[in-house]
Every structure is written in structure tokens, then in C-alpha cells.
Design a protein around this ligand. Structure first.
Ligand code: SF4
Ligand code: SF4
Length: 153
């Protein structure tokens, strides 16, 4: 939640004078810190994907999950597009599907909790949001919430 704030200032707010001796870094996906064999995305992950993974492992394989964005599921469900039709800051075009567009289905924008989809077209989404008069700061703050690698530095 604080990925858009200075880590140095955060450390000082919590640890005071001893903050300078601390190594602090932004939170991130597990695979950034240790080698993993397979990832089930989502916070929390979808029950169907956990079960599919367990079933596949029992058969000695790994599941294949869709590699398209939340928008695809959203449009398939014929939801109102919050980005295009209501000018709301929806991250659906950039985010890994699999949740069946749970949030847009109830008129809440996608916050990106499942992380970026492969080949996310960040430049196109950024251009569209800027065109809709969202500030770059607001856009980057939202994009960094679940994926600190998306930054403007
Ligand atoms: S509401 Fe969001 S997820 Fe749904 S189609 Fe529009 S941009 Fe994509
Ligand atoms: S925030 Fe986006 S990715 Fe997460 S459950 Fe909602 S629609 Fe799906």
C-alpha cells in the first residue's frame, strides 16, 4: 500500500535513528526472492486454480492458465466497461485474467490484484488514462499497489 512512498522515510518513521542501518526493499512476488517452480497468482488465489494445480501435479504435469487480460473475461461477460463507458481508472487491460472479472462484474474497477498479464501493453493503457485526464501520479500510484516494478523512475 505504501509502494509510492520513500522507503527511507518509511523506515525512519518506524525505526527512528536506527533506520539507517536497515536494509529495506519494496514487497514483491515470491519469485523475486527465491526460485519457485510454479506460481498461482492472486491474493487470495482462485479456488479453481488451486484445485487445477493440485490435480495436475497429481498427474505429473502443470496446469495451463489463460494468458489474456481481465478485459477479455469482462467483455465475455458483457459487463459495462468502466474504463471506456464511465471513465474510471480500471487496470483490467494490464492484469492477468482468471478471476472472471470479479470486480468489474459488480461495477468496481480492477485494482490489479492478480498482477500483470504477459505482454501487458502498459504504454497503451498509460496513454489512454492520460487522455482521460488522470494524473500520471495517480496512475502510477494505482499501478504500483500490487506490482512495485511498475514505476516511473
Ligand atoms: S471494465 Fe475494466 S476490465 Fe472490464 S473491459 Fe473495461 S477496462 Fe477491461
Ligand atoms: S482486482 Fe482485478 S484481478 Fe483482482 S479480483 Fe478484481 S477484477 Fe480480478
Amino acid at each position: 500500500m505504501k509502494n509510492d512512498q520513500s522507503r527511507k522515510e518509511l523506515a525512519e518513521a518506524v525505526y527512528g535513528d536506527s533506520a539507517h542501518s536497515l536494509l529495506t526493499f519494496a514487497p514483491g512476488p515470491l519469485h523475486r526472492f527465491v526460485t519457485v517452480d510454479f506460481t498461482i497468482v492472486g491474493c487470495p488465489p482462485e479456488k479453481t486454480e488451486v484445485l487445477a494445480t493440485l490435480a495436475s501435479l497429481l498427474h505429473g504435469t502443470l496446469p495451463v492458465f489463460p494468458d489474456y487480460p481481465v478485459c477479455t473475461e469482462c467483455r465475455n461477460s458483457e459487463n459495462l466497461c468502466l474504463l471506456i463507458e464511465k471513465d474510471e481508472l480500471c487496470l483490467g487491460p494490464l492484469i492477468q485474467s482468471g478471476c472472471n472479472a470479479r470486480c468489474p462484474a459488480v461495477s468496481i474497477v480492477c485494482e490489479g490484484c492478480r498482477g500483470p498479464v504477459v505482454e501487458a501493453n502498459v504504454a497503451a493503457e498509460l496513454a489512454l488514462l492520460l487522455e482521460k485526464d488522470f494524473s500520471k501520479e495517480e496512475i502510477m500510484s494505482r499501478m504500483r499497489r500490487f506490482y512495485p516494478e511498475w514505476n516511473n523512475e
